[in-house]
Design a protein around this ligand. Structure first.
Ligand SMILES: [Zn+2]
Ligand SMILES: [Zn+2]
Length: 1010
């Protein structure tokens, strides 16, 4: 006997039981160990940052991480998988700063870096229990007992080893670059982070500034001399929205081909692009003539602020570090291709220490780099506005220029500006010295390695990821922060030599090393305290203060999770490259990139072979989920109400992984009802009748299978073939949709068409065939489904398989994935049965058109099938059409001849089915009999009788229905398991009901037979 199945079982409760079973029996560990010695299937876990609770989008990536590993395990592969946690970086620091009320880096240093980092370490694990609980609850099998954690010293040491490898190959350098800088966080942001923080409709100053051409330059230019009245000063008019950068101005850029207007006013002369005169508006000025941009290039002008007067540095740039610094200022007009004729004045203010194009122009033209702002965003030097934050300095700079007659106009503008996505401070584009990984040196290999990777969807390879690699720039990977992997580079303050350290032993072996001990924690400030002697000059070398980008941490997991090469030298080659990784699609510029870049730089090849990119999860209306909109869906609320299988099933089947996922609870509940519950009901049906009949799987085999049995077994094997193919191709959505189709066939055709065989088959052998077939379908189906929705298959497996076979593997997840038997696949039969289903639904449509209930038998259905062969094949299956349409006869014709008001048809573009609607007295009586049976069945259920209970039926009615009871007595008795049909008053102890069938009144009563 199988355990009886509750058709209304609560899945979440059952799943908790299953989780307990897995845990108590270490089923996950067993599933891996059972395959030891077999070929590896390898997976790398993208480490989440755990300083926040997991959201519904994390569930999606967990499902995608889980499925192929479970699948490959069932296919016989050895698939160990290690979880990982990302623990360093600015988000962690910011949370701690917030908790401690610290507002700047200076305050952190006053608080103490050791204590600060300790708080960071603690905060990382604040939410880790929530993560572990979620991962476990959704059935993601991954080893969380021995995870890799990026803050561990072993992990850091492996990163140091890699940095040293790169250092020795010349792939690490220190250079200047414009970087987006958050003055509050005091560190650079990656381009990816900048993209997160743009705010529309930001208000900024809009100022037009006059730069005076030097008298010498004016005198030396024949074109201008001809147009500028002598004695009047001539100004170049430029426009900016960042007045605070003006003290750093060292050039003005013009477009060589464009015409520039020379405009005469009462007191002075202005020069600007002819095309923009009207939009700027210069009342009181008259056009004196036009000069070309080319003739302006090379002109010198007077600095707004001479850096010598304000005690600010002119940066020594790498290219002129060796040169002597020219004391003469370079302020001049340069020709450039970035000058726009769309807005501004056609003369662009260039401050090489700040903007990106400015920096490049500065390098190209050998301009001065005046950097009058520090990393906190405050103005330095002796300006009137020194000490102010740059945005606060804006109005003062403007006012100062106005008072000196250099402001033409000031106003405000609303535009889009980037802010720090973490803290909301406006970002500054700032030229800084930082450490780089020279990824461009390996660009070709990055690109060719990408071609070896299978991407899902495949357009990522040449699109999003391929483009990103083609446009590769060196990786600015140092961060001026505290909680991160320390950059293992030591500097000599005396001769400037740098030494890179590749691990603990390397550090310990340095000459005159101080502060090193074997249990040294590899974090700031402890590492900062280690010094050694410079091999060149003997001075004391100290560590460069930076830590490294946390994306380097996660990108290094390929080897650092194994503490390679210090440990696991045998294991690592088996785990490189891994078969599979997956994360959200935005990781093409995040983790996917850092993995690929580092693996290519260190090991000269890709470190993953298959990568599934997942779309974003949004709410049912397509809106991004956010706290402020109040549309965040807590995974726990879904898990508690519907269960993990329903959630996994829905997220997988609704859209392919790479698409945007619109998360709708209504759609989830619909998916669950249509598929998961249909499967459950089919299972419940099987167990019910198997128990009634005492069916024991495998005890005896049926001698013959019916055509219907052969058909569903053929469909089943086709399913195994198709699902295996799509699983291998990482097309899990196709797999689950194919399974859904099969569940529909099994329940809504096989079981429906076979129902009577389970119940009162004419032969025991046929009943056995039906039981055996349905058993085979269910036990195969649950194995196909197990990697996708692991809970319900386990529950069914325990009952269907383990309860009758103690030698079977203890869990469905320890079984082998099914293998299709090609010999069982009868493709023509599948095709013809599908046609029978279609024809049946056309027939039902015809009946509906005629307004006749299906329970009313009709004389004939006419099936129109033009193709001779098809007609013959389907005719062999006509029993099903006959039963489905409740007709006495099915006629097959090539074409319908003539028309009759008695024949109502329904059809599509190829086929049509007609039903003959004329009713004889016999047919009507039979219709009544069927209707009575249905009513009695309903009463049986309402009275709570068991399916196998026998009953007595009592009725009182007129002549018409009494006649039906007499003529169809055998039929009614059989269908309703009645031992007697009594035309008598309904006894007191019977359930009773009065009704009217086509105007005929009847009182019915039933009670359990003694
Ligand atoms: Zn910030
Ligand atoms: Zn030295």
């Amino acid at each position: 006997m199988f355990k009886s199945v509750d058709p209304k079982a609560r899945f979440p409760d059952m799943e908790l039981e299953t989780l307990r079973f897995w845990k108590e029996n270490a089923v996950f560990q067993k599933s891996i160990e059972a395959r030891r010695g077999q070929p590896y299937y390898t997976f790398n876990d993208g480490p989440p940052t755990t300083n926040g609770s997991p959201g519904i989008h994390h569930v999606l990536s967990r499902i995608f991480k889980d499925i192929p590993c479970r699948y490959k395990t069932m296919r016989g592969f050895y698939a160990p998988r290690k979880a990982g946690w990302d623990t360093h970086g600015l988000p962690v620091e910011l949370e701690v700063e917030h908790t401690l009320g610290l507002k700047s880096k200076r305050q952190i240093e006053e608080y103490g870096v050791a204590e600060f980092n300790q708080r960071c370490r603690e905060s990382v694990f604040k939410y880790i229990r929530l993560w572990e609980a979620m991962v476990e609850r959704i059935g993601h099998w991954i080893d969380m007992d021995d995870p890799y954690v990026t803050l561990k010293d072993d992990y850091i040491e492996s990163e140091w080893w890699a940095i040293k490898q790169l250092w020795d190959k010349g792939f690490i350098y220190r250079g200047y670059r414009t970087t987006p800088h958050c003055p509050r966080c005091g560190t650079s942001l990656s381009s990816h982070e900048v993209a997160l923080g743009y705010q529309d409709d930001t208000s900024d100053p809009s100022v037009h500034i006059k730069f005076r051409i030097t008298d010498e330059a004016l005198a030396a230019s024949p074109e201008l001399r001809a147009l500028v009245p002598s004695g009047k000063p001539a100004y170049l008019l430029a426009w900016t929205t960042t007045p605070w950068t003006l003290p750093g101005n060292t050039a003005l850029a013009v477009a060589t081909d464009a015409p520039y207007a020379v405009l005469c006013g009462p007191d002075d002369v202005l020069i600007m692009a002819q095309a923009l005169v009207e939009s700027v508006g210069v009342p009181g000025y008259e056009a004196a003539g036009v000069v070309s941009g080319g003739s302006l290039a090379g002109l010198h002008y007077e600095p707004l602020y001479n850096p010598h007067d304000f005690g600010v540095p002119r940066l020594g740039m790498p290219s002129f570090e060796a040169q002597s610094r020219p004391e003469k200022l370079t302020y001049r007009v340069i020709a450039a291709d970035f000058v726009s004729m769309e807005d501004g004045t056609g003369i662009v203010h260039v401050a090489p220490s700040f903007g990106e194009v400015d920096f490049e122009a500065g390098m190209r033209e050998g301009l001065d780099f005046v950097q009058q702002v520090d990393l906190d965003g405050k103005v330095t030097g002796s300006y009137a506005f020194a000490g102010k934050f740059v945005k606060a300095a804006d109005p003062e700079v403007t006012e100062d220029l106005r008072s000196r007659g250099l402001l033409f106009r000031s106003g405000t503008i609303r535009h889009t500006y980037p802010f720090c996505w973490r803290c909301g401070t406006p970002l500054l584009y700032y030229v800084k010295r930082s450490w780089y990984v020279r990824t461009t040196a390996k660009r070709d290999r990055l690109v060719s390695g990408n071609l070896e990777i299978n991407w899902y969807p495949d357009h990522i390879k040449y699109g999003r990821f391929g483009d990103w690699l083609e446009n590769n720039v060196d990786w600015a990977f140092s961060r001026e922060r505290y909680w991160g992997t320390p950059l293992p580079v030591w500097e000599c303050p005396q001769c400037g030599r740098h030494e890179c350290v590749g691990g603990r032993a390397d550090l310990a072996s340095r000459p005159s090393v101080q502060g090193y001990r074997p249990d040294l924690e590899l974090h700031r400030p402890y590492v900062d305290e280690v010094t050694f002697a410079c091999p060149d000059c003997g001075a004391t070398m100290r560590r460069a203060p930076e830590v490294i980008d946390c994306w380097f941490d996660s990108g290094a997991m390929t080897w650092a999770q194994w503490h390679y090469p210090f440990e696991n030298q045998d294991l690592f080659p088996r785990m490189f490259p891994v078969d599979y990784i997956t994360e959200a699609i935005d990781q093409t510029r995040g983790w996917f990139y850092s993995l690929h870049a580092l693996s290519t730089m260190v090991f000269d090849g890709p470190c993953f072979m298959n990568c599934a990119c997942l779309g974003h999860v949004v709410d049912a209306n397509g809106e991004k989920m956010s706290k402020s909109k109040g549309n965040i869906i807590d995974p726990w609320s879904v898990l508690n109400e519907y269960g993990a299988d329903a959630l996994r099933w829905y997220m997988l089947s609704s859209v392919p992984g790479e698409n945007q996922h619109r998360f709708s609870l209504q759609a989830l509940s619909e998916t669950m009802r249509r598929h998961l519950l249909t499967l459950w009901n089919t299972y419940s049906f099987f167990v019910l009748y198997a128990n009634i009949d005492g069916f024991v799987p495998g005890r005896e085999q049926p001698t013959v299978l019916s055509q219907l049995d052969r058909w569903i077994i053929s469909e089943l094997n086709q399913l195994v073939l198709d699902v295996t193919k799509t699983m291998e191709a990482y097309s899990f959505t196709q797999s689950i949709r194919r399974i859904e189709e099969f569940i529909d066939l099994l329940s809504n055709w096989y079981v429906r068409r076979s129902r009577r065989r389970f119940w009162k088959s004419e032969s025991d052998d046929d009943k056995l065939a039906a039981h055996t077939t349905l058993y085979t379908c269910l036990t195969t189906l649950i194995k196909l489904l197990a990697p996708i929705a692991p809970f319900v298959p386990e529950e069914m497996y325990q009952n269907l398989v383990r309860s009758v076979d103690a030698d079977a593997p203890m869990s469905v997840h320890l079984t082998d994935y099914p293998i299709a038997e090609a010999a069982c696949i009868d493709a023509p039969l599948n095709r013809h049965m599908e046609l029978v289903m279609n024809l049946s639904s056309l027939g039902r449509a015809a009946r509906a058109k005629a307004g006749i209930k299906v329970r009313q038998p009709l004389t004939k259905a006419i099936v129109v099938l033009p193709d001779d062969e098809e007609r013959a094949s389907v005719a062999a299956l006509s029993e099903h059409i006959k039963d489905e349409l409740n007709v006495k006869e099915v006629e097959f014709v090539a074409a319908l001849e003539g028309s009759s008001s008695e024949c109502i048809t329904a059809g599509d573009d190829r086929y049509s089915v007609g039903v003959i609607t004329g009713l004889s007295g016999d047919l009507m009586a039979e219709g009544f009999a069927r209707e009575l049976v249905r009513r009695l069945q309903t009463m049986r259920r309402a009275a709570g009788f068991e399916i196998s209970d026998h009953i007595e039926v009592f009725y009182q009615t007129g002549e018409v229905l009494q006649d039906v009871f007499e003529r169809y007595a055998d039929y009614i008795r059989q269908e309703t398991l009645s031992v007697g049909l009594f035309c008598a008053v309904v006894p007191e102890d019977a359930s009773t009901q009065s009704l009217k069938l086509s105007g005929n009144e009847i009182v019915l009563g039933i009670r359990r037979a003694a």
